[in-house]
Design a protein around this ligand. Structure first.
Ligand SMILES: O=C(O)c1ccc[n+]([C@@H]2O[C@H](COP(=O)([O-])O)[C@@H](O)[C@H]2O)c1
Ligand SMILES: Cc1cc2nc[nH]c2cc1C
Length: 350
């Protein structure tokens, strides 16, 4: 690079990448990741500190009807106990990759014994699950405000502890329905095409899920349309406490220029909402994987996103984000640690 000429950070990063001991472009997408992380952090020496997965958990009123989900609502609380005792998939992957794990009770229909899991379960309980949106709005304006703020607070606290890389996960029986409705309102894709099998409905149950969610979609369409597609109205009508909290969390993480790992179907639906409120949020996002949940591909297409992995995973919990984290880590490390042609005395192409 010619000296004495003012260069942008992007040009400096590209120069560094191109002068590493490798053929030009040979680290493929890792190069693009390194460059983006450098730009987000505003440095030629980016680093990922105290990376965390935050799992927001909440219950959904609709889940108690049995119309849209094969597993009972009680599984949300049972899985949260599994998270805090270390037995879930996300625990295994976090241990494997040295990721911190925070579990947030955003609104589970269960009372956990306070003090039993210090530092493991963060209580930001908005309520005992949302209301059944087949009958009435899922949450009040006040509940929504509190959920958005709580999501921001969780991220602020982690940031204060030194975390600059964060992946969001979720747990909530029935939340693929909420996510499909949100997707449909925001993208305009017919709700039937946004609906998937979730935790595994059969063909007959899938048909019932589609019919049920069409009814819900039509019920709230006038309110959503009258509000010009306002995110707050969508969340109040068909959202979940964990989805609302995640929306606030995305907004705060981007404001703090954290590196954000986006997980699967539900977490991407929360990003759709956050993006409506602040389009710049996606500039900090890395899309971990393409979920096996039908609808995720179209959601990613809508965002113009190209995920890193495609493993057919559809678990949630932030597991896709945990799997993708080491790729980001490799990108940052090659940029920081690889020798240049000059320093290693390796000849460049003629
Ligand atoms: O992350 C995904 O892409 C994903 C796809 C399908 C299901 N899930 C998980 O399954 C649960 C919701 O499924 P359901 O069938 O109860 O709506 C919830 O706990 C999610 O974490 C997650
Ligand atoms: C067992 C189980 C584990 C989960 N993890 C995330 N969503 C889930 C849903 C079920 C049903």
């Amino acid at each position: 690079m010619p000296t004495g000429i003012q260069t942008t950070l992007g040009e400096q990063l590209q120069h560094l990448v191109d002068n590493k001991t490798k053929p030009l472009g040979a680290l493929g997408r890792l190069e693009e990741i390194a460059l983006r992380i450098g730009l987000i952090q505003g440095t030629t020496h980016p680093q990922l500190n105290r990376p965390y997965i935050v799992v927001f958990a909440g219950d959904h009123g609709i889940a108690a009807t049995g119309l849209v989900n094969p597993y009972p609502q009680s599984v949300t609380a049972q899985m949260v106990l599994n998270f805090v005792t270390g037995g879930a998939a996300i625990n295994v992957f976090c241990r494997q990759h040295h990721l911190g794990l925070a579990v947030v009770d955003a609104g589970i229909n269960f009372d956990f014994e306070t003090g039993l899991f210090p530092g493991k379960l963060i209580s930001q309980k908005i309520g005992y699950g949302t209301r059944n949106y087949l009958e009435t709005e899922a949450m009040s304006a006040d509940e929504l405000t509190r959920a958005l703020e709580a999501g921001k607070q969780v991220v602020t606290d982690l940031y204060a502890g030194g975390t600059n890389c964060i992946g969001f996960g979720e747990m909530g029986i029935g939340n693929t329905s909420s996510a499909a409705l949100i997707m449909s309102y925001i993208t305009g894709i017919p709700v039937e095409d946004c609906v998937g099998r979730g935790t595994g409905v059969n063909d007959e149950q899938l048909q019932l899920k589609k019919e049920t969610l069409r009814r819900v979609y039509d019920r709230y369409l006038p309110a959503v349309t009258a509000a010009g597609g306002d995110v707050r109205v969508i969340l109040q009508c068909v959202g979940g406490f964990e989805i609302a909290m995640m929306t606030g969390a995305y907004l705060k993480a981007a404001e703090l220029k954290m590196i954000i790992l986006v997980d699967g179907f539900i977490t991407t639906a929360a990003l759709l909402l956050a993006k409506q409120l602040n389009p710049a949020v996606v500039d900090c996002c890395f899309f971990s994987h393409t979920s096996g949940e039908h609808g995720h591909v179209a959601m990613l297409d809508y965002l113009g996103a190209r995920p890193l992995l495609s493993l057919g995973m559809r678990l949630g919990e932030g597991t896709g984000a945990a799997m993708a984290y080491p790729l980001l880590q490799s990108a940052v490390l090659f940029l920081r640690e690889m020798a240049s042609f000059e320093s290693a005395g390796v000849s460049k192409a003629e």
